[in-house]
Design a protein around this ligand. Structure first.
Ligand SMILES: [Zn+2]
Length: 397
């Protein structure tokens, strides 16, 4: 009998915890600062108005199920787009977001300022924000930056993996450190790069430091007059890869009042994942070589191979707890006011178990509460911190 009563009590408390984490999640404003599904929509013709379960991480119905209030959609094209094509392509992606929102006015709205953000939450619509991933899309022209702002872009990642003529990327500063040292331009932001940061500050477009090299990071953070974000990056100390942020960079973001949004990519969370991935790709070398001979980019080859052999990739996925170890680490180092979520869903071939798609966000809330974070802190992490930075980047005119 005692055992029965005991099990009953455990069941009751589990049930009420289940309800309470979902309640906390529903009450919070949940914001994700980086999702790449729009490039999939534009390049591969996916329609997020349909159920794309099994084909993508995201669609409109699943955003809803994940309790996401605000999604920043990434505008992305890689370095194969350049002069006369990158800016055009960015606009085509923005066109496709506007078209989706226009077809679903009862479910979605475009958000360009904090007031609209609150309206979207109140009306229970998915608030759609625009973030440009890669400074190459302005094609070295401040008029194009102005134009992207006018069309709703509210952050820009100064570089993607490719450098621009005015800012060096994390990939180039890591892989080509010697040639950069000997080149007259060197690493970091050029004078024009500093003008870009200045114009972004004037417009109210948040400077995003994910993807930039360390020198660019320091030049930008010393130039900006507004709080910055890293829209999708993790902690280098826990997973030392070129895209993650070192402790002194994390401290500088806190000092600037900015926010680091955690990237869910398994390869930025867990360094074992990268060793296993290298072995996996080696096992499928002939396919990898044929795709590369067709001029596919590395990320496309990796995505294709992962989709072709899902069970093999599944075997070496890290766990959610490892992602949250990054969060704990950053919170201990710089405080709970400087961390958020920027999944990179639909731009990555693997996320920690059980983060299978955008419906998984309540599980993060559950795990945060289990780790002892207060409701107030969870609200900051899920979206409150980003709102603070968004607000601080507003201009008065
Ligand atoms: Zn990225």
């Amino acid at each position: 009998m005692r055992r029965l009563v005991c099990s009953f009590l455990i069941l009751v408390s589990l049930h009420s915890f289940g309800q309470s984490y979902q309640k906390v999640h529903n009450k919070a404003i949940v914001i994700d600062t980086h999702n790449d599904v729009l490039s999939e929509v534009t390049m591969k013709g996916l329609n997020i108005e349909n159920d794309l379960t099994g084909k993508s991480h995201s669609d409109i119905a699943r955003f809803k199920r994940g309790g996401i209030d605000i999604q920043v959609f990434s505008i992305f094209c890689d370095e194969r787009f350049g002069k006369d094509t990158a800016f055009k392509f960015a606009n085509i992606e923005i066109d496709s977001l506007y078209a989706i929102v226009a077809r679903n006015p009862e479910k979605m709205m475009i958000v360009t300022n904090p007031k609209e953000l609150q309206q979207a939450v109140k009306q229970k619509k998915l608030g759609c924000m625009i973030g440009v991933e890669g400074g190459h899309m302005i094609e070295d022209n401040l008029d194009n930056l102005n134009a992207l702002y006018k069309r709703g872009a509210r952050y820009m990642t100064l570089t993607w993996n490719n450098s621009t003529s005015w800012a060096t990327s994390a990939m180039d500063e890591t892989a080509h450190a010697d040639s950069l040292k000997s080149s007259p331009k060197g690493a970091g932001l050029s004078d024009f790069g500093k003008q870009v940061v200045k114009r972004m500050n004037q417009l109210g477009m948040i400077v995003d430091l994910s993807h930039v090299g360390e020198q660019t990071f320091w030049d930008a953070i010393n130039s900006t007059t507004k709080p910055v974000i890293a829209s999708h990056s993790d902690a280098w100390t826990l997973c030392p890869v070129f895209r993650n942020l070192k402790d002194d960079q994390l401290r500088a973001i806190a000092k600037n009042g900015g926010v680091v949004h955690l990237n869910f990519y398994s390869g930025f969370v867990d360094s074992n994942y990268n060793k296993n991935k290298a072995a996996f790709l080696h096992r499928h070398q002939s396919e990898v070589d044929s795709l590369k001979s067709l001029k596919w980019a590395n990320y496309e080859v990796e995505e294709w191979t992962a989709k072709e052999y899902p069970q093999e990739v599944e075997a070496y996925r890290p766990n959610l707890s490892q992602l949250l170890d990054h969060l704990d680490y950053i919170v201990k180092l710089i405080g709970v006011d400087h961390v958020g979520l920027g999944s990179d869903f639909d731009g990555i071939e693997s996320a920690p178990r059980p983060l299978d798609d955008v419906t998984a966000y309540p599980l993060i809330t559950k795990a945060l509460l289990e780790r002892g974070y207060s409701k107030k802190d969870v609200e900051k992490i899920l979206g409150g911190n980003f709102i603070r930075v968004f607000q601080a980047n507003q201009t008065t005119n």
